[in-house]
Design a protein around this ligand. Structure first.
Ligand SMILES: Nc1nc2c(ncn2[C@@H]2O[C@H](COP(=O)(O)OP(=O)(O)OP(=O)(O)O)[C@@H](O)[C@H]2O)c(=O)[nH]1
Ligand SMILES: [Mg+2]
Ligand SMILES: [Zn+2]
Ligand SMILES: [Zn+2]
Length: 1581
């Protein structure tokens, strides 16, 4: 037998170049035709064949011949028994091929019309030759599941080297029932290469007219069910010539099921079949003869001298099988040979004319059965390796990698005697310690056993216990086995090593486990056997030992090492473990996510592995996740394995524990369809029925698991075995809960129901009723679940789930076609699973949200699991992705909101200016009636408001449509923001209307006065003119003095003729009283009575002090302590002071503008008070409210009274006239003397008319700009980032007083902080100057343009000229009428001259104003601003102003209108004065811990009755207090309280708190870090 060596395939290296046929070997040309040539060298690998690509979605290879092998492979991997039928390819539609432009004549043989087709055996042989060991194993496994024969000896026709496929078959494990076990219903589960079975071989000598393979198939088939185990002549393509598969020896097994009537053979037997003539394959024949119990030789014609058959080394019994009907059949030769071989009659089987096929097969069966009763030779395939070596047949396991892997694996597994003791000894970290750790981790967030202990102390103790356990873990040195394991998986043979490990471990525990599993399955059918089941379950868990246990230990070793100092060498040595594991994940090995035994996730370990994975694949790190959920042992793992070709552990009984994930690559060309780089598959432990779940409280475990995996998945497969509908109901309940929770956190995974074991093909139609029923049940359960989770708005399953009853169901027939072990996989099973796979891939492709990347997946695992550990999932869920998305949304919203406000502010300023100029020459409207003008403006305002409102809605909608940024996660907040827009519009509308009305009313009030003044001016002017005429007539030169005298005389006389009436002032107190009464009377008669007790005039004179009436009021807070009496009083006093301060700000703002009083002013103030009181969480009584309002209104009325009087005085016509007397006089003299007035008048006009208007203009706009600029600073972008900056600043200051102010007078502190920030930004910076300059310049530009325009229109008087200028500026500047009034009509000065001087003066005032502004302090400017930046910013960052009812931290919600208040960071209540009653020590309890504990509180809201903290929402329904999920969030305040414990105690007049031990370890850095985390601040800063 010639060993050809590897040189035979040289030609293949030249890919794409076709060599002349003569130099090409059969193998080369066939591989080329099959499209496999490239894989002959670089073998097909699992990752290559499992990846999801376009082929996944295509049903057949089409017309392309070279696609055939890969399609065969694809179908085979899905255990489709029709896999062999992909050959030949379908040529039915093949026109496009011939249309190809450059028709290649060399390729004629490839043309579709070529009738040449591949023999299936050639395809199989070629595939095995081109696959690596792992693919070979997979091929063999799937072939054996299809009950196809598998290669035992694989030929290579080029090298003439056969290979024993021992490794390839290693994975095949079969279960059967030998006769000796049939009574006990026991069974045997064996790895087939290890079982010592008799082998019966079938070979052919020379030509043979009997189809050996077909006869064999009949031999092995049931009468009812024929199955093609071997490829034979009469099947599709079976007759096409074999090119490379002669010499192939196949093997299959016949295994009994223990039923005499069904079993063909009652003993297990291996059947081998050699392809080709034994004369040409002597080696193979020898091999068979030395390993088989019997060899059946098929022949037509025998040579008399047949050396082949008479070889003495052959141990097997020989049987001769001939066909009498064959022409060449020669009985004489047969007799001779039979004698030579010493064959008995039974050893010769001749098919005669009389025997039909059935009889013939029966005869053969009988013969085989007889052999089996006394086989003589029994040998396992593993043992055949030696014989193979002797004969020069190579063994696939000979490869060095395989051997090295085996050596490493054996070194570990050889030492294992008892799995349980091995685990105890070698895996100490994952045993009891890990379970205790799990308990502590859960208790930390459940606080079930806190009892009467101080919560924070209790938590601190738990933390120390955890550290202690980690120390204990670290005290164990790593076992030798673990080091061996780690070094083995670091080697390049790790693939083989892990496979060997898996098989070895499986072999070790199989016997024990499979009996236990069977027992478990048996017992769990009847829930009465509770105790037994529990015991079996425990035993199962004790005796199972798989690779996952090694990895689990690795994870624990790693996690524990993180508790060592960073510099510790043993910690550093373990740093690489996550990367190692990440590489394995990439190689296709599963990672244990949930440890099913401890029911916990090693979060740090898993996180770090995923981070490493991310590093390895980035930027190709996008993933989509498919999960399966269902009752135990319903074939979930089988389903995934079939679907994706993976190898999750499969077995009957309790098998998968916890949850495993693995990665499947998506091919480059398919990424555009799927939009991800990997598909993650998660297999989970089966859910238990409630009866079983009760036993070990695994209900909780099931729920946790389901919530986790549903939360992680994009598509969840719900696996239901149809038989048992109550079982289905139970798991659906768990599933519905999980979906409901996901909806709450903003994730809406898709789901696909899979109904298994459906027998009928028309299932889908027939099950219409069932589907309806299913949906009804789902709806019912949704309602029940919604009630439990207190989310009753969910009425239907489709509310929580994207589910279409018609397409969301898949009916899968039973897995086996017939009875195992001899049943092949049902074609229907494979085909429907394939449909399901396509369906799921399509669903994945449709996931609108851009898929998560690995890091986001990691974040989901963390947040889901953390929330799952809490008792109340929804309320404990916190995820940085959601937080980020919320933050971004808030930031965006704030931008839109500011845009809106800015536009409306500018609009209303403009309109106010117009109203001020109404009725003057500067008026910008044709409308002469002010009321009418106001109506018009209001309608204009409505249009404007609607425009901007719509814009905001559009922005919001657009925001939620974008694919990035995980916007779907904050979909739940959409409504709030939408309502906020509506509310913003409403508020703005009312304030805009108010402003217009007020401006108009004030203007209206001035109208009479204006008229009077105008008449006066007219009279005076007339008089002056008359005087001038009179004087001129005198024709004498008059001295200045004389002129003065005559002017004075005229002035006095004229004034005497004018009817002066003193201007009436109103009594503002009356108006304010009236408004107050209206406001108070809404609160009932008692309130009105209280009001009438005191005159408003007597109120607000002294500082407000709160004097509670009646006996000691009880304001009770938290636990058993009442908030001390004086603290309660103090709290109210503080509230009052805050309100007073806010109202004072408002009043001074009005006064500063020097306008008239208007009722809207006091209404605004009352509104402020009401709103503040409403927000204040202290219970405010009516006495308090009335006295506070009286105080504020009294004081305000007094100030308004003065303002009003000032205003009237200012606008009094007589006074005004008097004020202008000098000017009139001067003008009179100038005109008389015919002096040129241009310069003087120009100066006057600019200084009195334009300058104040320009200054006012700048101040009107500056406020807006300042806010604009401030809002670009990160800290003002959202409430949360503001809080973050504020607290960060506080801790950096490390000043106790600041902390105290922050806590005790929050608003005050915030206000001054904002002021400081504004000052800081604008004093250090020339930014303000720039802004001022810009406005100044734009204003001056307007003026210059107006002058230019006025110049173009020739007028005859300066007054008209000036008026023309004013008219131009009427919508920009508020023109003082007064200044214009004093413009003498008689001035006939030169217009151009005037304009010249005007320009000059304007330039001068520009400079003057610039200097003035430069020299004005920021504070001074601030008082002039119309829009107060401080207030604007304050309103933005103060949010809704509500405070946590327990610890008083402010609400962080970003939408102005929200239904739930929440805070990112709660603090110990002691910081807010809370103390223990008896000891007077400040308390350390934090509400975010209290709400998950079993403790109680009482306060006035609970009527001083004890109320469980957990149930706080019945008392404070609008608060959402999330538990501190990270357990570190409150580190900031813990640090602060620890640091200033004494100071706080002293300030609060209490005793210092007992600080829990672990608080001492918190560093400033950690405190800052916790702050960052709590507010979701990204690295920056
Ligand atoms: N008769 C029948 N057996 C099936 C079917 N599907 C799977 N099996 C067998 O049922 C057994 C259990 O299958 P698994 O895939 O391990 O089931 P599982 O749901 O993953 O089990 P757990 O992980 O333990 O919950 C295996 O022996 C499968 O071969 C089916 O449709 N019909
Ligand atoms: Mg499973
Ligand atoms: Zn709180
Ligand atoms: Zn709020």
């Amino acid at each position: 037998m010639g060993l050809g060596g590897p040189s035979g395939l040289k030609g293949l290296a030249k890919v794409g170049v076709r060599c002349a046929l003569s130099t090409e070997t059969d193998l080369e040309s066939l591989l080329e035709d099959l499209g496999l040539e490239q894989y002959y060298r670089e073998k097909l690998s699992l990752s290559k064949i499992l990846q999801i690509d376009e082929k996944t979605m295509a049903d057949d290879p089409g017309t392309c011949k070279s696609n055939v092998p890969l399609y065969f492979l694809k179908k085979l991997l899905m255990v489709n028994v029709t896999a062999r039928a992909v050959n030949p390819p379908d040529y039915s539609n093949c026109d496009d091929a011939s249309e190809a432009a450059d028709y290649n004549f060399d390729d004629l043989s490839d043309s579709p019309n070529d009738a040449e087709v591949f023999n299936p055996l050639d395809i199989i042989t070629a595939l095995f030759l081109c696959s690596d060991g792992f693919v070979q194993q997979e091929l063999a496994l799937k072939m054996s599941m299809c009950q196809f024969s598998v290669p035992l000896l694989l030929p290579n026709c080029d090298t003439k080297q056969s290979t024993l496929m021992l490794w390839a078959m290693r994975d095949i494990v079969k279960k059967y029932r030998p006769p000796d076990l049939s009574a006990s219903k026991g069974f045997k589960e064996e790895r087939m290469v290890l079982s010592e079975l008799p082998m019966i071989s079938f070979v052919r000598l020379g030509e043979c007219s009997l189809s050996k393979s077909e006869i064999l198939n009949k031999l092995l088939s049931n009468p009812q069910q024929y199955h093609d185990t071997f490829v034979h002549h009469n099947m599709k393509c079976g007759d096409s010539p074999r090119k490379i598969s002669d010499g192939l020896t196949e093997i299959t097994w016949y295994l009994p099921c223990g039923n005499k009537n069904m079993d063909i053979f009652s003993e297990p037997v291996a059947i081998a079949n050699l392809r080709g003539d034994i004369a040409a394959h002597e080696t193979q024949f020898s091999f068979l003869c030395q390993t088989s119990a019997a060899v059946f030789v098929f022949f037509d014609q025998l040579e008399p001298e047949c050396k082949l058959l008479t070889n003495e080394n052959h141990k097997a019994k020989i049987f001769l099988v001939g066909n009498q009907q064959s022409k060449s059949f020669n009985p004489d030769v047969l007799k001779k040979i039979a004698n030579q071989l010493n064959l008995k009659k039974n050893n010769i089987i001749i098919k005669t004319k009389k025997t039909n096929d059935a009889d013939f097969v029966k005869r053969l069966r009988t013969t085989v059965s007889i052999v089996l009763t006394n086989p003589g030779m029994k040998m396992s395939i593993e043992q055949m390796a030696d014989i193979a070596h002797e004969l020069g047949i190579s063994v696939d396991e000979d490869s060095p990698e395989c051997q090295a892997g085996r050596k490493n694996a054996d070194a570990i597994t050889a030492e294992i005697e008892d799995t349980f003791t091995f685990k105890e000894k070698q895996f100490p970290l994952q045993g009891q310690i890990w379970k205790e750790l799990t308990f502590l981790e859960k208790e930390e967030v459940r606080l079930r056993k806190v009892g009467s202990e101080d919560i924070e102390n209790y938590k601190s103790n738990l933390k120390m216990k955890k550290q202690e356990l980690r120390r204990k873990q670290n005290s164990h040195a790593m076992s030798d086995f673990m080091s061996c394991f780690i070094s083995a998986i670091s080697s390049k043979e790790r693939g083989y090593f892990l496979k060997w490990m898996r098989m070895n471990l499986d072999n070790l525990s199989r016997i024990k486990l499979s009996t236990l599993r069977e027992l478990y399955k048996e017992k769990s059918k009847d829930s009465k056997n509770k105790k037994e089941i529990k015991e079996i379950d425990q035993q199962l868990s004790n005796s199972s030992l798989g690779i996952e246990h090694f990895f689990r230990e690795m994870g624990q070793i790693y996690e524990a090492s993180l508790y060592l100092p960073e510099t510790d060498p043993s910690r550093q040595q373990l740093q690489h473990l996550p990367r190692l594991c990440a590489q394995l994940l990439l190689d296709g090995f599963p990672l244990e996510l949930v440890d099913g035994d401890a029911s916990n996730i090693p979060l740090r370990w898993v996180s770090d592995v995923l981070s490493q994975l991310n590093d390895l694949v980035s930027p190709k790190n996008k993933i989509l996740v498919v999960t399966v959920l269902g009752v135990q042992s319903t074939g979930k793992s089988t389903l995934l394995n079939t679907m994706f070709g993976v190898q999750f552990a499969v077995s009957s009984g309790r098998c998968t524990r916890g949850a495993f994930m693995l990665l499947i690559k998506v091919s480059e060309d398919f990424k555009k369809d799927l939009n991800c780089d990997f598909v993650v598959i998660i297999d989970t432990e089966g859910l238990k029925s409630p009866e079983l779940a009760q036993l070990d409280n695994s209900h909780e475990h099931d729920n946790e698991l389901a919530t986790l995996v549903v939360g992680l998945s994009d598509v969840t497969i719900i696996n239901i075995a149809m038989e048992n509908s109550t079982e289905m109901k139970d798991i659906l309940q768990i599933v519905v809960h999980a979906f409901l929770r996901m909806k709450e956190v903003g994730k809406k995974p898709k789901c696909q129901f899979v109904h298994q074991n459906v027998s009928d093909v028309s299932a889908h139609e027939k099950n219409l009723r069932d589907r309806k029923l299913l949906l009804e049940q789902l709806n019912e359960m949704t309602q029940a679940a919604a009630k439990m989770e207190k989310k009753e708005e969910n009425k239907n399953f489709t509310d929580v789930m994207e589910y279409n009853p018609d397409t969301g169901n898949c009916y899968i027939p039973g897995l086996w076609n017939g009875n195992p072990p001899m049943a092949p996989v049902n074609v229907g099973y494979s085909e429907t699973v394939y449909e399901l796979k396509k369906n799921i891939i399509q669903l994945l492709g449709k996931c609108e949200s851009t898929s998560n990347n690995i890091l986001e997946f990691r974040e989901w695992i963390n947040s889901l699991w953390t929330a799952v550990k809490h008792e109340n999932f929804i309320f404990s869920f916190r995820n940085s992705l959601v937080a980020d998305a919320y933050m971004v949304l808030c930031t965006e919203y704030n931008k839109w909101e500011w845009e809106f406000k800015k536009e409306m502010y500018t609009w209303v300023t403009d309109k106010e200016t117009r109203i001020s100029n109404f009725g003057t020459v500067a008026a910008k409207t044709e409308i002469s009636e002010l009321r009418e003008y106001v109506t018009e403006l209001k309608s204009e305002a409505t249009t404007e408001l609607t425009k901007w409102e719509t814009m905001m809605f559009n922005n919001l909608n657009k925001y939620f449509e974008q694919p990035e940024g995980h916007v779907y996660l904050v979909e739940g907040y959409r409504e709030e923001f939408s309502n906020s827009i509506k509310s913003l519009r409403k508020q703005t509308e009312s304030s805009v209307f108010d402003q217009i009305t007020t401006a108009a009313d004030i203007k209206q009030g001035l109208k009479e006065l204006d008229k009077i003044r105008a008449t006066y001016t007219e009279e005076i002017e007339k008089a002056v003119c008359a005087l001038i005429d009179k004087c001129r007539k005198k024709k004498i030169k008059m001295t200045d003095k004389e002129l003065d005298e005559s002017f004075n005389k005229m002035w006095a006389e004229t004034l005497n003729t004018l009817p002066f009436s003193a201007q009436q002032t109103s009594n503002i107190f009356t108006s304010v009283s009236h408004q107050l009464l209206t406001n108070i009377s809404l609160k009932g008669s008692h309130a009105s009575e209280l009001l009438s007790e005191k005159r408003l005039q007597d109120c607000g004179l002294k500082p407000f002090t709160y004097k509670p009436k009646g006996k000691k009021e009880t304001i009770v807070h938290t636990f058993s302590q009442l908030l001390p009496w004086k603290d309660a009083v103090k709290a109210k006093q503080e509230i009052a002071e805050n309100i007073i301060s806010a109202c004072n700000d408002c009043v001074s703002d009005k006064i500063m503008r020097k306008t008239n009083y208007h009722d809207t002013y006091i209404q605004e103030i009352l509104h402020i008070i009401d709103e503040r009181l409403n927000k204040a969480d202290v219970d405010t009584d009516i006495e308090f409210e009335v006295s506070l309002k009286q105080h504020i209104c009294g004081s305000a009325a007094r100030k308004f009274q003065k303002m009003h009087e000032d205003f009237i005085q200012e606008n009094d016509p007589y006074r005004r006239l008097e004020k202008n007397k000098d000017k009139f006089c001067a003008d009179f003299k100038d005109v008389f003397n015919e002096r040129d007035q241009c310069q003087k008048k120009a100066e006057e006009f600019t200084n009195q008319c334009l300058k104040p208007a320009v200054e006012d203009f700048v101040y009107r706009h500056l406020g807006l700009d300042i806010v604009d600029k401030m809002l670009t600073i990160e800290e003002f972008s959202t409430i949360m980032s503001f809080q973050y900056s504020l607290l960060l600043d506080l801790i950096s200051k490390s000043d106790f007083q600041s902390f105290k102010r922050y806590i005790c007078s929050y608003e005050d502190y915030v206000k001054s902080w904002i002021s400081d920030r504004i000052k800081e930004i604008f004093s250090s910076d020339s930014a303000l100057c720039e802004l001022e300059d810009r406005h100044l310049q734009s204003c001056i530009d307007y003026i210059n343009a107006a002058i230019k325009k006025a110049k173009a229109e020739k007028t005859d008087s300066l007054k008209t000229f000036a008026e023309n200028i004013c008219k131009e500026l009427g919508d920009k500047l508020v023109i003082s009428k007064d200044a214009l009034d004093s413009f003498m009509v008689l001035n006939k000065a030169d217009q151009d001259q005037f304009a010249y001087w005007l320009n000059k003066c304007v330039m001068e005032i520009t400079e003057a104003l610039r200097n003035k502004l430069k020299n004005t302090t920021f504070n001074k400017k601030n008082t002039h601003l119309h829009l107060k930046p401080k207030n604007e910013l304050f309103n933005r960052v103060i949010g809704c102003g509500k405070q946590c009812p327990f610890c008083k931290v402010p609400c962080d919600a970003g939408a102005e209108v929200h239904t739930e208040h929440f805070a990112s960071l709660h603090r110990p209540k002691g910081l807010g004065r809370n103390r223990w009653n008896d000891s007077q020590k400040l308390t350390t309890d934090i509400c975010s811990s209290a709400v998950i504990s079993n403790t109680h509180f009482k306060c006035s809201a609970t009527n001083n009755k004890w109320h469980p903290y957990k149930d706080y929402r019945t008392i404070y329904p609008d608060w959402k207090i999330q538990p501190d999920v990270s357990l570190e969030a409150s580190d900031y305040w813990k640090y602060v309280m620890n640091k200033y414990n004494e100071e706080f105690a002293e300030a609060y007049d209490a005793e210092p708190a007992d600080i829990p031990a672990t608080w001492d370890n918190i560093t400033e850095e950690q405190a800052k870090e916790s702050l960052k985390k709590s507010f979701g601040i990204k690295v920056k800063s």
